[in-house]
Design a protein around this ligand. Structure first.
Ligand code: FAD
Length: 476
């Protein structure tokens, strides 16, 4: 399945390839089709691009030289980090040159006294988390792909993840950036300052821009105090409405120490247990819905608070059963079940994806309405909703009917999207909560976004990338 029809590759002369090769060195200019293959498709096989050249620069200066040369010859570029993006933003659909940022993987500075860390764009998220832990600090961004996604990709997509409830999204964790512009100029907006009111906040433009305005080469990130106590519970309940009530109790009892609150449909848990590697159901009996919740506290009171929340939930008839992780291994097992949820849908055949948000209070109504509408449109289709209830962000995936023709089901991707997006928009929600626009939702964006906002976006794009060589065809 390819959700985007690729167009033919533009000609890149051998001389020009040689000039790009000279910038990064022979070893880091990839031209062999077999070596290029991993850069032009993605894990779920939904997007397949093509490219004559992948460049793997090792420094900001090399990125700058690449952009200068690309500008001189109007060569389109696609920046790429860990290639875990879910909207086709990192794929060269039209034969663009791929700039893989993974070799820019130095942590330039760690400053626990200022609570900052300056990482190059290719640093893998998990490596950044580990480096923060080594100085007794927390870098709280956390997502299923953290073993392979990069800081540059996280910022370019403004990633959310499972701790956004307490710490915010990637944008809120970046104090400053270093960015190479399309013409090769380097914007040095790296700063450790929280307070710096010296004009427009430029670095924020590049966060969430999905590589369409420039290439992020480094970022100064915020660090946080490392929690002393982390407690995790897996809760069985009857409905999303009950989960919402449990969220309210948890917020009242735990306030800022409630760091995750994930809602999981029974079918999503079933898929994960059935198809995930070493995944087990944490509760003895089955329940229609589950919540995976976590409290992180600087003192040792998290266990007592979690128990009080669950007791209150049981008294109120909201919680039917719950297990509190008794060890680090058990906590990791709970999270593994959650992290395997996306890949566990693959063996069930075609899956039409949505990454949407609605006001938190509207989540139960959204799920009920979307389930009814989707099943009416395709009888037998199986909604698999799960996600970050605390942020109103649901990954509303729909698996094909059992035994149906997968390709015919997937051909209805945009039709199903339209039905779901209608409900989302009616509820004041967003068609892209955390994965971005990429190519997947590009055509829908002008329909749903404020007209003036789209005009301003186009104006900013034209100013920063007048030749349109930075990740063309993505977002706008
Ligand atoms: P890539 O996929 O390589 O690129 C993503 C976009 O950023 C592309 O448009 C690319 O051009 C651009 N880009 C990459 N690097 C740069 C750079 N240095 N400068 C400029 N542009 C750049 N996302 C969430 O938000 N929350 C989740 O909970 C979450 N869970 C996931 C779970 C799984 C199992 C998977 C596979 C993905 C998940 N994602 C999630 C999506 C994905 O991991 C994130 O979007 C991530 O931030 C992408 O990082 P990356 O390094 O892989 O970027």
């Amino acid at each position: 399945m390819n959700l985007v029809q690729p167009s033919p590759a533009p000609q890149l002369s051998p001389e020009l390839i040689a000039r790009f090769r000279f910038i990064v060195g022979d070893r880091y200019a990839v031209t062999d089709a077999a070596d290029i293959a991993p850069y032009v498709t993605e894990e779920r096989n939904l997007f397949h691009g093509h490219s004559p050249l992948v460049l793997r620069p090792g420094s900001t200066a090399e990125v700058s030289a690449i952009c200068k040369l690309a500008t001189q010859h109007r060569i389109a570029l696609v920046p790429q980090g860990g290639n875990t993006g879910l909207v086709g933003g990192q794929t060269p659909h039209n034969g663009e040159v791929v700039i893989s940022m993974r070799r820019l993987d130095r942590i330039r500075d760690v400053d626990p006294a200022s609570n900052t860390m300056t990482c190059e764009a290719g640093v893998v998220l998990q490596v950044a988390q580990q480096r923060a832990a080594e100085v007794d600090r927390l870098f709280p961004l956390s997502l299923g792909a953290e073993g392979s996604c990069t800081i540059g990709g996280n910022l370019s997509t403004n990633a959310g993840g499972t701790a956004a409830l307490a710490y915010g999204v990637a944008r809120e964790m970046a104090l400053g950036l270093e960015v190479v512009l399309a013409d090769g100029r380097i914007l040095d907006a790296l700063t450790k300052l929280k307070k710096d009111n010296t004009g427009y906040n430029l670095h924020n433009l590049f966060i969430g821009a999905e590589g369409t305005l420039g290439i992020i080469t480094a970022a100064t990130l915020k660090l946080f105090a490392r929690p002393r106590a982390v407690e995790t519970a897996f809760v069985g309940l009857k409905s999303p409405a009950d989960a919402l009530k449990l969220l309210a109790i948890s917020r009242a009892e735990a306030a800022g120490s409630l760091t995750s609150f994930e809602l999981l449909a029974d079918i999503a848990v079933d898929f994960s247990v059935r198809h995930g590697i070493d995944v087990r159901a944490p509760l003895a009996a089955k329940h229609p819905w589950y919540v995976l919740m976590e409290l992180s506290s600087l003192r040792d009171e998290a266990r007592g608070t979690l128990e009080a929340i669950l007791e209150r939930g049981m008294e109120d008839g909201i919680v039917d059963d719950a297990a509190i992780a008794a060890s680090l291994a058990q906590r990791q097992a709970f999270w593994k079940l959650r992290d395997e949820m996306s890949s566990a849908q693959k063996p069930e055949g075609g899956s039409i994806k949505h990454d949407v948000s609605v006001p938190v209070a509207a989540v139960p109504d959204f799920i009920a309405e979307a389930n009814a509408a989707v099943v009416k449109l395709i009888p037998g289709s199986r909604p698999v909703p799960f996600g970050h209830l605390g942020d109103g962000n649901i990954h509303y995936n729909v698996s094909q009917p059992v035994g149906a023709d997968g390709a015919a089901f997937m051909a209805r991707w945009h039709e199903v999207n339209a039905v779901v997006f209608d409900i989302v928009l009616r509820m004041g929600g967003s068609i892209s909560a955390e994965h971005g626009i990429g190519v997947l939702k590009r055509d829908e964006l002008p329909e749903v976004k404020d007209k003036t906002a789209i005009e301003l976006m186009r104006g900013i794009k034209a100013m920063l990338d007048p030749l349109g060589i930075m990740n063309p065809g993505k977002v706008l």
